[in-house]
Design a protein around this ligand. Structure first.
Ligand SMILES: [Zn+2]
Length: 447
């Protein structure tokens, strides 16, 4: 999923479930930040909370020799920076340990939850960023077998790893005080990213392997059922994957859903996947699937907030939580009328928002899209607005709030060039991310 879900939909859902503006902003910011946090260089921090130092120090299983390798990697990097000669070691091997007065001292481990397209061709990145934070397997057993590590939609309360982590974060939130509440909400936000991705990325795995070989057909706008023109954004991704270099890309980058571009992440389309191994067709209506996971998140957030803060006097909020007996979260025209009115109206608004989301909602691709548009004709139905402006308008309508309620800037989240980061939550963010790695790959860690 993209920012349209991870930030805009999640903020809307958090507000609708009764969270304050500030708390909803925290949840949504960290739901999106999972995609944007990718520390690119080494860094040593002077303000790490003791709790985090203690937690990290004993956890990673490495021999003295392996620890020395990390130090060598760092020294090599410094040498390279000076002389520009030797091959650079991968950034993940750098700076986990350093030498101080003759002994090996562990450094603070930053965990990249986001990744770039070039990085995800590397297995290390697939194992430690792509799979855990965007294509999470059901549990550690599944994560460690090739056949089991594809993604399937998680349900809160099932025995999936992500559900268990959400239950833990819920407890953390319920017992939080005024100083620890933001951290607990950050934790919930980042876990909701992983949870939501299990819906958009269903059937795919985060590794470069055969189960990800797929083609798409029948791409339609869910709004009116019309076919998506081949000049649209998705086809640019798609052509890149499926064009003359198809054979090459197929071999080196079948990690995640790269073979089908960003199509699985667009809220306003339906399509059919044809998978090769095992051979099968999978039909998808993203608008309804994104609505389903939205309502699962709504119910979760509503329940934890009300458990912590008591009954809400706002009747409209409570009405959305009224689940009818027939509510299976699978919404379509045939069953929508059977769910209670307050909830039904909210579900309908979500469907409208998702189905009217333009295909390309990346701010940075907007200029490219404008150029493409001038060559190939209209893409956004003649609109000249930036995708972010469109998203703000779409989501502001759901709750009837000002478009300015939606503000997200990753550079505001933590000041990453600062060695003395003032916001303790930076360290907790990395530590929570490492918890996911520990849960998926227990053999790499001392439990
Ligand atoms: Zn993701």
């Amino acid at each position: 999923m993209n920012i349209d879900f991870h930030y805009y939909a999640v903020k809307t859902i958090a507000l609708a479930s009764g969270f304050s503006e500030e708390d909803a902003q925290t949840i949504a910011t960290f739901s999106e930040y999972v995609d944007d946090y990718n520390p690119g260089d080494v860094g040593r921090y002077n303000t790490i909370p003791q709790e985090i130092i203690d937690k990290q120090n004993s956890k990673l299983i490495l021999t003295e020799e392996e620890k020395r390798e990390y130090i060598t990697a760092k020294l090599m990097r410094e040498y390279n920076a000076k002389h520009g000669t030797y091959k650079m070691p991968s950034k993940q091997k750098v700076d986990k340990y350093f030498e101080e007065n003759g002994s090996i001292v562990p450094n603070f481990r930053r965990i990249s939850t986001g990744f770039s397209l070039s990085e995800c061709a590397k297995e290390f990145c697939q194992k430690t960023s792509v799979a855990p934070f965007h294509f999470i397997a059901h549990d550690s057993e599944a994560a460690n077998t090739k056949e089991g590590r594809f993604t399937k939609p998680a349900i809160i309360g099932d025995d999936s790893l992500i559900s268990k982590y959400l239950e833990n974060a819920k407890k953390e939130y319920l017992s939080s005080n005024s100083t620890t509440k933001k951290r607990a909400l950050m934790h919930i936000g980042m876990l909701l990213h992983i949870f939501a991705d299990t819906y958009a990325h269903a059937e795919f795995s985060g590794f470069n392997e055969d189960c990800n070989i797929a083609e798409v057909s029948d791409v339609k706008y869910t709004k009116d059922g019309s076919e998506v023109p081949t000049t649209d954004k998705y086809i640019v991704d798609y052509i890149m994957q499926q064009s003359g270099v198809y054979g090459v890309t197929k071999r080196i980058s079948a990690a995640g859903h790269q073979m089908v571009g960003h199509l699985p992440d667009y809220p306003g389309v339906s399509f059919t996947f044809k998978f090769e191994k095992p051979e099968r067709l999978v039909e998808r209506n993203n608008t309804l699937i994104f609505t389903e996971v939205s309502m699962r998140i709504f119910d979760f957030l509503y329940d934890i907030r009300h458990e912590k803060e008591g009954k809400d006097s706002n009747a409209a909020i409570a009405q959305i939580r009224q689940v009818g007996a027939k509510d299976t979260y699978k919404y379509d025209e045939t069953n929508l009328e059977s769910i209670p009115e307050g909830r039904r109206n909210f579900v309908k608004k979500l469907i409208t928002a998702f189905s009217s989301t333009p295909i390309s909602t990346f701010e940075e691709s907007w200029l490219v899209t404008k150029v493409v548009k001038s060559v190939w004709g209209k893409i956004f139905g003649g609109s000249d607005k930036s995708p972010i402006t469109i998203l703000k308008e779409i989501w502001a309508q759901v709750l009837n709030i000002p478009a300015e309620s939606y503000q997200y800037d990753p550079s505001d989240v933590f000041a990453l060039d600062d060695k003395n980061i003032k916001d303790e939550n930076f360290y907790y963010y990395n530590s929570y991310a490492e918890d996911i790695l520990m849960g998926l790959y227990p053999e790499d860690y001392i439990q």
